[in-house]
Design a protein around this ligand. Structure first.
Ligand SMILES: Nc1ncnc2c1ncn2[C@@H]1O[C@H](COP(=O)(O)OP(=O)(O)O)[C@@H](O)[C@H]1O
Ligand SMILES: O=C(O)C1=C[C@@H](OP(=O)(O)O)[C@@H](O)[C@H](O)C1
Ligand SMILES: [Mg+2]
Length: 176
């Protein structure tokens, strides 16, 4: 069985996903990491600046398809993966999988993104008009994405007020 994690940037897909994989004896795969490998390990910000966001998104869709074809994995999708053409339907149709949406309040996401030094440097703005860690950008983009995440998800879990160990404990105990 695969465990598929979705949610906005900073919702904890990567951190929570790695720990769930350890606890469930599954392999962990992160679509961002796999995409970055295809661009010689350059940062996402650099890829978007040099090659453009469409090149990143095209690779992201291919990688997501490959990851969904694996078994016994925890798959952390990028925040925008299910917004790409056809991907939401593919994720919905993935056999033998549980789809988890890590839901989180914009103000909390903003704090977590801003506090994560590595991500501040690597996560480009999605709107081009506000910083990736700004509540304005997060609120605007999440408004579009939240209904899609919810539509695809089997489980919606609010991570706004729980730390990473508590989120892992709750999800493994109640849903896995
Ligand atoms: N529930 C949480 N409580 C506190 N900090 C968190 C939580 N979830 C994630 N973080 C922190 O937020 C940052 C982004 O987490 P990450 O796992 O990279 O998210 P994503 O992969 O969804 O973008 C990291 O610094 C991580 O430690
Ligand atoms: O929300 C998005 O569109 C993106 C989220 C990022 O993944 P994380 O959600 O793991 O930060 C990464 O794929 C890229 O910066 C675009
Ligand atoms: Mg991530």
């Amino acid at each position: 069985m695969n465990i598929i994690l979705m949610g906005y940037r900073g919702s904890g897909k990567t951190s929570i996903g790695k720990k769930i994989a350890d606890q469930t004896w599954k392999d962990f795969v992160d679509t961002d990491t796999e995409v970055v490998k295809r661009f010689d390990g350059r940062s996402i910000a650099d890829i978007w600046e040099t090659d453009g966001e469409p090149a990143f998104r095209a690779a992201e869709v291919e990688v997501a398809k490959q990851c969904l074809g694996r078994d016994n994995h925890v798959i952390a999708l990028g925040g925008g993966t299910v917004m790409q053409d056809g991907v939401a339907d593919l994720v919905k149709a993935a056999p033998d999988a549980i789809r988890i949406y890590l839901n989180c309040k914009p103000a909390v996401l903003a704090e977590r993104i801003a506090a994560d030094a590595a991500s501040t440097a690597a996560r480009p703005s999605l709107t081009g008009t506000a910083a990736a860690s700004s509540v304005e950008e997060i609120t605007a983009v999440l408004e579009e994405r939240d209904p899609v995440y919810k539509d695809v998800a089997d489980v919606v879990f609010d991570v706004s007020y729980v730390d990473i160990p508590a989120a892992v404990a709750y999800l493994t105990r109640h849903h896995l």
